[in-house]
Design a protein around this ligand. Structure first.
Ligand SMILES: [Zn+2]
Length: 199
């Protein structure tokens, strides 16, 4: 391997989230030192993933088949659609096994600053799913950020106009499990107080 190939690897790895040039150099050196046990299997795994993984045409999840294994799972309830920003959020919800419906991955959040419009975000596809019949509830699980909440309000407005029979709900915001009030930020305490419930 020539230094230019090493440079190319470092440049590519440095584009990954959480990796800068310094950690990319360390990762590349680590790979080079383990050519058979790590580098070659990683290259094969990347190749196989690039060839096989595609977005689900219905929900936007990433899978080796289209429609994905969640959309085609007969044990899941297609009447409930949980809307998330990204596939990473879908994975987070799946890890908890707390939701047994279908998903809709938006692909980001609305952002006037970055010029992200509803048409960039698979929002029209969500409206079409809600209108297609059989959907009773759409759960908006976008992030508790300004852009995430702006997106949730926009989607809720559009659904109330274009799919009026569908219930729209949002995730609760509040005190995390195991959290002590003293350590929480003011916004979280405020949201928890507003979302209080009878015990
Ligand atoms: Zn799907």
């Amino acid at each position: 391997m020539t230094p230019s190939e090493i440079d190319r690897l470092i440049t590519l790895l440095a584009k990954l989230p959480g990796l800068g040039p310094r950690s990319a150099r360390r990762a590349v050196l680590h790979l080079i030192k383990k050519p058979d046990s790590l580098m070659a299997p990683l290259a094969r795994a990347l190749d196989a993933a690039a060839a096989a993984i595609r977005p689900c045409g219905i929900c936007g999840n990433l899978d080796t088949r289209d429609p994905c294994s969640i959309c085609t799972d007969g044990r899941r309830d297609g009447a409930q659609i949980c809307v998330v920003e990204d596939v990473a959020d879908l994975w987070a919800l799946e890890r908890t096994a707390s939701f047994k419906g279908h998903y809709h991955v938006l692909g980001g959040t609305l952002s006037a600053l970055d010029g992200v419009t509803p048409e960039d975000l698979r929002i029209p596809a969500l409206v079409a799913r809600a209108q297609s019949g059989g959907v009773t509830e759409v759960i908006l699980a976008t992030g508790a950020t300004v852009d995430g909440q702006t997106t949730a309000h926009y989607v809720a407005d559009r659904l109330s106009q274009q799919a009026p029979g569908v219930t729209v709900s949002g995730l609760a915001h509040g005190v995390p499990v195991g959290g002590e009030l003293d350590y929480l930020d003011d916004g979280t305490i405020n949201a928890a107080m507003k979302a209080r419930r009878p015990l």
